[in-house]
Design a protein around this ligand. Sequence first.
Ligand code: 5GP
Ligand code: ZN
Length: 131
Amino acid sequence: MTDSCIFCKIISTAASTGSAERLNTSISEEAKASIVYRDEQVTAFRDIHPVAPTHILIVPNKHIESVGTLEVEDEQLMGHLFTVARKLAEEDGISKGGYRLVTNTGPNGGQTLFHLHVHLIGGQRMRYPMG
Ligand code: 5GP
Ligand code: ZN
């Protein structure tokens, strides 16, 4: 947990609102997030500025700045994060049509919030090419 990190605040608020694995609750004004999933390793919540009908951020509970600071010991965690993304896509009904998973890394990658996260974006046809 990093005091200045908004995602760490969202994670700790989600953890303190109950032990249920799935929460559908709005939390504090400061850490605005509608939590859709949490377990001991990851938390998922809806993006405050959605770019598509489904826009969920899946984040490790442990503060990792970006893919640029991942360690070998984080490999299981990152695999779990993608399995949760797959489950949430199914729950939001976007699996059949497909979806996009994005992890911006560093300033040139478009990262604005420096707590590693995967964007799960779907519910519409994605634009291409990226970049
Ligand atoms: P990045 O630009 O780092 O890839 O993604 C950061 C994302 O976090 C953006 O899509 C932005 O809309 C979202 N975001 C920023 N602050 C908050 C917040 O307080 N709550 C929620 N739910 N999303 C946020
Ligand atoms: Zn953090």
